[in-house]
Design a protein. Structure first.
Lengths: 297, 297
């Protein structure tokens, strides 16, 4: 479950609730494309903006729709109590694994983050992926802390935020982390721009945003890297350079992917929870042109 | 309400719930000392970690206990929908004003933050204070955005995160913001270390963390500055230098003030929501010595 392509779909919603039909459509695309796992309620799935009942609803839908494809469910929350509740709900709803980011309002210390993972992993009966995403959590994991957390029961993967651009530096970074964690814990790259570099550098998985909407495109990159064709993986990724540039320009991937889903008729508009707004105006126009040119699927 | 000393108490709690008796004790101290307003459910009151029912519970307690002292209630949440609910709940429970920080998981744009304040201020019947706290929200207000938001209905104050250390630079900073906002909107300083400098520079209010636990100490600084005795205000603040250093050393004021409340027997230990942990071990020992030496009240 924590290797290959893990595709992270949007959770289409508006101020009245979850758009179940649109979410089911997104999951269907992932299953049809043959992704290795589905990451429901990741950052792209706006987990942080949903209440407990909504998170249960989304998990149940994802599990029902995914069939045999394992579903990993995001259980992050600001408070340990709420993470424990989310973990219990996810397991009851049939999640195959869970994903936990140390969300913060008050900046967290290493000791506090270790305490969170220690509490949560004690209460799990499914495997957990440590979600290292400083852009949203404002917490920087040290490799030493990753090493300590990776020893906890049920920890099976680490989702790292990216790797250095240079292939050798990327490999050194992955090797350094690998040396600090048990062999049963995989390393997955996120930050789609660096995914091919990360996979080529030895990451076991790609926790992918574009995979949630364009699974065939993401699978082509993943399968090339997995078969050892590093050049083909890089070529396929570099072809998407204009998309990576839009991510950089519009504060990350979420608002761009939401607009892409709207443009493809896969979701209504709006599909993000306010105050978030999908890419609009000239940016959306540029994205439309780009989606056509790149033939993303 | 948005001038003088606004004291922000802790919300003492543990994993089972709110410690109502301890919270009532904290409010009693503020009323007895004669603070100008009480800021319930600020960052120090851990609003971000509480659910809707708990926030209602804390608001009701604060209002009941505060008597004639106006209570300002924090209504921030990641999602606009939840902010609107919190605003409604706070008003129903008798809050005299509300305080809104643009909490984030996905980093917010200026347009998204303006949209949030626009939506919320339309639905208010009590005045609002804009809460500018980049340390916890990871959003940097431009002065131009402050100017636009300050024009919205019901906006009556801006809580700024601090001022430059140099008195002239501090005054220039306050004057620059003042020139961009209507005269009915006050400016309050937070970041206790710079409170005396901010008040001396012309801030109308001090939104105070130490005021929530040591109201007499904070009032002495406030009243000195209000009476124009800039040197006395600075002297009283500089006397607290060892406390300011502890704030710097332990990632902000919250964990230190929680430990101080525990040491004074005002709350049980723990009194913060996990994963947060109050200052402990040698740091707490140091704080105990310091509290005695500084005779904080």
């Amino acid at each position: 479950m924590f290797s290959g392509l893990s595709a992270f779909p949007l959770t289409p919603m508006n101020e009245s609730g979850i758009d179940e039909a649109a979410f089911a459509r997104l999951i269907d695309r992932l299953v049809a494309a043959g992704v290795d796992s589905i990451g429901a309620l990741g950052s792209t799935g706006s987990y942080a903006y949903l209440n407990r009942a909504e998170r249960e609803q989304v998990t149940q839908l994802a599990v029902a729709q995914a069939g045999k494809v394992p579903v990993i469910v995001g259980i992050g929350a600001l408070r340990t109590r709420d993470v424990l509740d989310a973990a219990e709900d996810a397991q009851k709803a049939g999640a195959s694994g869970v994903l936990l980011a140390p969300m913060s309002y008050q900046k967290l210390s290493e000791d506090e983050v270790f305490g969170l993972f220690d509490s949560v992993t004690r209460h799990l009966s499914v495997p957990l992926c440590v979600y290292d995403n400083p852009t949203t959590t404002h917490f920087e994991f040290s490799d030493e802390l990753h090493g300590r957390i990776a020893q906890l029961p049920n920890v099976r993967s680490i989702k790292i935020p990216g790797v250095p651009v240079e292939p050798e530096a990327a490999k050194a970074r992955v090797d350094r982390l690998r040396a600090l964690i048990p062999s049963h814990v995989t390393i997955g790259v996120s930050g789609d721009v660096l995914a091919a570099t990360g996979l080529n550098a030895g990451c076991d998985a790609w926790y992918s945003v574009i995979g949630g909407l364009f699974p065939r495109t993401a699978l082509a990159i993943t399968r090339a890297a997995q078969s050892g064709d590093v050049h083909q993986a890089m070529r396929l990724s570099e072809r998407l350079q204009p998309l990576w540039e839009l991510f950089g320009q519009y504060g990350g991937s979420l608002r761009v992917m939401a607009a892409a889903a709207e443009l493809q008729g896969l979701t209504e508009s709006p599909c993000l929870p306010l105050p978030l707004k999908a890419l609009d105006g000239p940016g959306k126009q540029k994205l439309a042109t780009l989606l056509e040119a790149l033939e993303l699927t």
